[in-house]
Design a protein around this ligand. Structure first.
Ligand code: ADP
Ligand code: MG
Length: 473
């Protein structure tokens, strides 16, 4: 132990705390600093995905013990970051000898709160201007091999692959759009990983439109727009996520438009994501909108049951967890809002099983996900289902109750019965009564029929998904 290296070694096990080894204030503040510097060292995306949840649990005889909510996270951090984290701890205090990760279930990893976003902005603000550090790092979970392909995302996936595999720029820009949590960011990171892998010298810039705007405004204030422009015009690949963010922000759009044109002129690949098609991006200047649609526009549709199930299976394999198929099927049926939430639900039951040592089955799943499932089940009435379904198929509401058997009304009626069974807790006879006093066997037949059709006919599957989203969204 020496002071000459600028290190100190003063931490003591908190003996007063008895068996629990509650960390002392010094240890807590040391950990806080190390935890903070991880953000700088590993970058925002990695920090947010993996390191942020690390929570100090104990300190005893040179061992710093921190917790994470799932075993999967523990393994990943152990494998990829633990050595470096230990070094950082030792740098801060030499008496730390070991770094231990334990699994402690906490609340599910939440989306960022407004406060945290504010905090991040403040952090970025206080950093020195570093025009070459604008690009966010790629998230290790977001690679092609972890992306499950199904009908809803096949086009976007193929386009992303094409961009990576082409020797030149196949289309410019690639514009990917779709609702929240459907895999846009995942695909962009996958492109980034793969391109970087193929050519480590490639200068790939990935950032959110929000960050672009933020940096642009900052450069205006600092009267440093030349450096800002240079940074963007010297990239080989530009990926901008969530471009809808700059709706209504005219000067930012203007700047982006020039950047965009400069890069296209140099034949540099541009990839953009948004929540809507270019033509629907109100608040974005007409010139820019039409420019965005020049290349390939690929949409990601709402997920289907099959895709959700496929993603859950792949995720189960990654987690190496013992989750019965019936539970995955149940989740794929019930958690339809978006894939982020679906993954969250699976993580939660796995984490719960880990801690409680209970096996995972339908019963424990329903228990653990009570709040989530309730919010999905909420207040959807058969009446609403009939109305939305009639609207979707452009038929009249009374046809939901009528005895007419023409295909163009009978099929929508069956879809509505199917949804009534899935989305409400009503029994088959109750549902039958709501559909003009039909028998419960008719309802059962409708449910089976639609299930079968959803497997064979993508159009039906998509119709059902759209109506379901309109009802649950
Ligand atoms: P978006 O950017 O469209 O809002 P994300 O790309 O952030 O959505 O995806 C949300 C979550 O869902 C991520 O954890 C992502 O890995 C996962 N995800 C989305 N689509 C797929 C897919 N096809 N296969 C595997 N995981 C997916
Ligand atoms: Mg995204």
């Amino acid at each position: 132990m020496t002071d000459t290296a600028g290190k100190s070694a003063v931490l003591k096990t908190n003996d007063n705390a008895g068996e629990s080894f509650v960390p002392s204030d010094e240890v807590m503040s040391l950990w806080k600093n190390v935890h903070k510097s991880m953000r700088d060292e590993f970058g925002e995306a990695v920090f947010r995905s993996w390191l942020k949840p690390l929570t100090l649990q104990a300190y005893y005889h040179g061992t710093l013990e921190v917790s994470v909510p799932t075993r999967f996270m523990k393994d990943w951090i152990q494998k990829n970051y633990a050595d470096r984290i230990l070094e950082m701890c030792v740098d801060a205090d030499e008496s730390i000898k070991r770094f231990e990760i334990v699994v402690v279930q906490t609340a599910i990893l939440s989306e960022e709160t407004e406060d945290e976003l504010e905090q991040q902005k403040a952090n970025q603000n206080s950093k020195d201007a570093d025009p070459y550090n604008l690009s966010a790092p790629f998230d290790p979970r977001f690679k092609f091999e972890n992306f499950v392909v199904g009908k809803p995302n096949a086009l976007a996936h193929a386009a992303a692959r094409r961009v990576v595999e082409s020797a030149n720029v196949p289309f410019n820009p690639l514009f990917i759009y779709g609702g929240v949590g459907l895999g846009k960011t995942h695909l962009m990171h996958a492109i980034g990983w793969e391109m970087q892998n193929q050519n480590p010298d490639l200068n790939i810039m990935y950032l959110s439109a929000e960050k672009f705007m933020y940096q642009f405004v900052k450069s205006l204030r600092a009267k440093d727009t030349m450096a800002f422009k240079d940074t963007f015009r010297s990239v080989d690949v530009l990926m901008m996520d969530d471009i809808q963010f700059i709706s209504g922000k005219e000067s930012t759009q203007e700047e982006f438009f020039h950047t965009f044109n400069a890069l296209v002129d140099q034949n540099k690949q541009i990839i953009i994501s948004a929540d809507k098609a270019p033509s629907d991006l109100l608040g974005i200047d007409e010139r820019l909108r039409s420019r965005l649609a020049w290349g390939l526009v690929a949409d990601i549709h709402p997920s289907t049951y099959d895709l959700r199930l496929g993603i859950l299976q792949s995720k189960r394999d990654q987690l190496d967890a013992d989750v019965p198929n019936a539970v995955l099927e149940f989740l794929a049926l019930k958690v339809t809002s978006n894939i982020r939430e679906l993954e969250g639900a699976l993580n939660r039951i796995v984490a719960h099983a880990d801690v409680s040592k209970q096996e995972i089955n339908l019963e424990t799943t329903q228990e653990v996900l009570q709040d989530l499932l309730r919010s999905h089940d909420r207040r959807i009435t058969i009446d609403e289902i009939q109305r939305k379904t009639a609207e979707h198929y452009n038929i009249k509401m009374p046809d939901m109750h009528s005895a007419r058997r023409a295909r163009n009304v009978a099929r929508p009626r069956q879809v509505a019965m199917y949804l009534a069974k899935q989305l409400t807790s009503r029994s088959l006879p109750e549902i039958g009564r709501k559909f003009g006093g039909r028998d419960h066997t008719t309802v059962m037949h409708a449910v089976r029929k639609i299930e079968e059709l959803m497997d064979q006919d993508a159009q039906i599957a998509q119709d059902v998904e759209i109506i379901r989203r309109a009802l649950t969204g």
